[in-house]
Design a protein around this ligand. Structure first.
Ligand code: GLN
Length: 277
């Protein structure tokens, strides 16, 4: 099949309005490694049967609404490429703010704990940024940890260990910083999620109880027992959860609480310090 015919087929599936053309080019690029320039300059280039098969597989997944990063089992986070599949959330751009906040309050050699690592994108990133630190990351899901381990190998993050644990159940010792991006979508907001998210991403990583705050309550209460004096608790939060989560953190004995905004101007990360005494 000629490239120009394949392009027509893709435009039928994705739509050929000017606004969605970039998606067609992205699908070609990620499926076949053929860029926009080649499509436009070499329309008669002949695709092999295998290439046509690969493209059609991608187009039918796309038409079914599968998020593009699951189709290619690959997503970018903080400048690194990660393996992803439907056992883990696709890393969100806003979550990069969490890494920025941790860089502000932590330093190399600090022991860091992540609760609910999913794909491991934050833990691997921290392990690479803090090569002198021992990073511990947990998840309740064995399937998620399988994905996280693939990413640890991929980036050779030798200072990162994973533990299957329900929150702090299997955690011992004390840390300089505890981070979590727990499931935080409320029952009401679950109904309003995009179809691509609701249908394909793991609900265990999204649903945070009726008011979305279950995991913040539990983690904020238990975290002080696993933090050094003056240690930090850092959370990613939903766009409207700052007041509720800062209330939970101060009730649990955290001080110097502040937030960091995402690119849409919502508080996206919250930090608190365990009292020194
Ligand atoms: N930010 C994710 C979303 O908008 C939710 C992640 C979470 O619950 N921790 O779908």
């Amino acid at each position: 099949m000629e490239l120009s015919c394949a392009l027509k087929e893709a435009l039928c599936v994705v739509g050929d309005a000017q606004e969605v053309r970039h998606r067609v080019y992205a699908l070609f690029d990620r499926a076949l490694g053929i860029g926009k320039k080649e499509i436009l300059l070499e329309p008669e280039r002949e695709l092999s049967e295998e290439e046509v098969f690969r493209l059609r597989k991608v187009l039918s997944a796309y038409a079914a609404g599968v998020p593009i990063d699951y189709i290619f089992q690959s997503a970018y986070f903080y400048g690194r490429e990660f393996y992803v599949d439907e056992n883990v959330l696709i890393p969100r751009f806003d979550t990069e703010r969490s890494v920025e906040v941790i860089l502000e309050v932590a330093k190399d050699k600090d022991a860091i704990l992540e609760i609910g690592t999913g794909s491991g994108c934050v833990a691997v990133t921290l392990a690479k940024l803090f090569p002198g630190s021992e990073i511990t990351a947990t998840d309740i899901s064995h399937e998620a940890l399988r994905v996280a381990k693939i990413n640890r190998e991929k980036h050779d993050a030798t200072n990162l260990r994973f533990l299957q644990s329900d929150l702090f159940d299997r955690i011992e010792g004390r840390y300089a910083l505890i981070y979590s991006n727990p499931p935080y979508i409320s029952a009401e907001d679950m109904k309003a999620l995009d179809a691509g998210v609701y249908d394909y991403e793991p609900h265990g990583a999204l649903y945070g109880g009726v008011d979305g705050l279950d995991f913040y309550r539990k983690i904020a209460m238990q975290a002080p027992a696993y933090l050094n004096a003056g240690g930090y608790l850092v959370f990613e939060i939903g766009h409207d959860q700052y007041d509720a989560v800062s209330g939970l953190m101060s009730a649990a004995g955290f001080e110097d609480i502040y937030g960091k905004k995402d690119y849409s101007g919502h508080d996206r990360v919250i930090v608190g310090r365990k009292k020194d005494v």
